[in-house]
Each structure stands twice: as C-alpha cells, then as structure tokens.
Design a protein around this ligand. Sequence first.
Ligand code: UDP
Ligand code: MG
Length: 314
Amino acid sequence: MKLSLVVPCYNEEQNVALFYQTAKAVFDAEGYSYECVFVNDGSADNTLGELKRLHAEADGNIRIVSFSRNFGKEAAMYAGIEHAKGELICLIDADLQQRPEVVAYMVKRLDEVPELDCVAAYQQQRHESGTLTFFKSSFYKLINSVSDTRFVQGASDFRTFRRSVAEAVLSMGEYHRFSKGILSWVGFNTEYIPYEVQERAAGESKWSFKKLFKYAIDGIIAFSTAPLAIPTAMGIIMAVISFLYLGIKGLYCLLSPTAFFSQGSVLIFLLLLVGGLQLLSIGIIGKYLAKTYEQSKNRPIYIAREIIEPKNDD
Ligand code: UDP
Ligand code: MG
C-alpha cells in the first residue's frame, strides 16, 4: 500500500462521501494503491452510517475506526496513524478545505527526493479576521520564545510523511497531544509548501475562539515548562525590592535627623522579604515538578532517522 489518507471526522455526514469521491478521482488517476482511514470521532450525526455505506459500496480501500465518544481531533489523528497501512501517511481534514490534489503533489515530492521525510503544507492566504490573525501570530511568537521546539507559523496538520515519521509520532504516547509540537519535536527532513485553504464543503468549523485559546494554552504547557519558572522570577524580584527598600529607608533615616525607622517600615520590609522567599520556594518546587512532568510524558530519549550497520555484520 502506497498511501494512507488519515481523515478525522466529527459530524461530517455531508462531507465524507464527497471527500471519498474527490480523493478517488485524484488517486485513481495517479495509479498507485491508497486507502482512506476514516476516524469517526464520536459524531452525533449520521457520519458513521455514511461511512459504513461507503465501506459497503467502495473498492475495498476504506478503513473505519469509530470512537466510543468524542475524543478530539488529536486523538483521531493518533488512531488513524496507528491503523494506517501505507508507506506514506497523509493527515487531511474531511471537509475538503485541504485538496487531495495537493496530497498528490506531496507524494510526488517524497518520491522525487528520497532524503525528504515529510512534506507539510502551510496556509498562504487566510480567510479569517484580523483579530484572529493577530492572536495566532502572537501565539507563535510566545511559544517560540518559551519552547525549545520550533513552531512554523501557519503550518497545519495537513502533511504527508513516511512510515518512519509515523512510528516516531506513535512513540510519543502523551495523553494531551499537540500535533504541531509533536511533528516538530520528532525532527526529520521536512519541506514546507504553500497551499490555499478552500471553503468548507458543508457544515461548519468545530473550532470556536474559546476552543482555539484552550488549545493554544495546552500547546504551551505541553512544550514548555517556562510558566513554572514565573514564581522564581517574581520571588527574586520581590526579595531584591525588600532589600532595596531597607537600604533606601535606612539611608534616609541616617541623613535626615527627623526621620526614624518605624515599626511600619520593618513590617513592610519583612512582608516583602517573606513574600519573595515564599514565591522563590514555590518556584523551586516548580523546577522539580517540571522535571517530573517531562519524565511522566514518557517521550523517547532519541529518534534515529537511520541506523547503518557494519557491512560484514551477520
Ligand atoms: N474534528 C475531529 N474531532 C473534533 C473536531 C474536529 O475529528 O473534535 C475533525 C473535523 O471533522 C475535520 C477536522 O477535524 O475533519 C478539522 O476540523 P474543522 O474543519 O472543524 O477545523 P478548521 O478547518 O475550522 O480548523
Ligand atoms: Mg475545516
């Protein structure tokens, strides 16, 4: 099997058949074997019924994984990759916003360049409001400044990669998944190609601003422990301020014959100092928590792209 299309579907009853027909038209013409792995992510509409009908009618290249409830797109993509049998795996949405023609081009690139492991698409033109664009670009700036993993602005999950990449992605068993980060974390040679997002074929987007915001926070927490260092910084600043206060107040008392060191001043100093020390302690605990958190994700220690054994090894 050359290509597996992994298609997460949540309430896409109007789109799945259209998606399959469009993909069929493109890939039958390409002349290589392919399959569609549809993951029904606990749809409340008749998506599963439509998928079963397609499965009965189509050429035997449809695989369905149906979830017991809605687990989210990340879980759907994981399940799809896990069940895909192709040498190449493509993540693509069911709503035809991402054209199968672009997938055919991605496959061509991977065939042409053996050194390439992944071809990812990034949005060239966005059909969205200025506010959303502002929030999205702020998110990329923020996450790139606090995380060691690189995040390419506008790059979506829409991409095609080799089995080696798929296995690396599956080896990251973390529960709170953030694909943009995972796909970047695993490394490999990736080529970015521009693509234009189409209008949704039918239905509406499942992403509200609130959901996107939550997803962005999840992404930052999954790929950075910088927020846990905030108390340390605040604690140090407060402790420094307390000593500055003590110094300035002391100097003032020395120089001015009328001023004296009141109980109130001592109290302010102690309040700042103790507050600072408390925050610092929380920050230290945060450091250990960060290490435990990293370890609990059970990420692989390394991912080898290839291993070359000695020629005379038997
Ligand atoms: N999706 C999913 N589970 C969810 C939400 C979305 O499997 O909980 C699927 C959805 O059916 C679609 C893809 O993820 O195939 C992208 O969703 P959507 O089109 O709503 O996102 P947008 O294109 O607006 O970013
Ligand atoms: Mg969409």
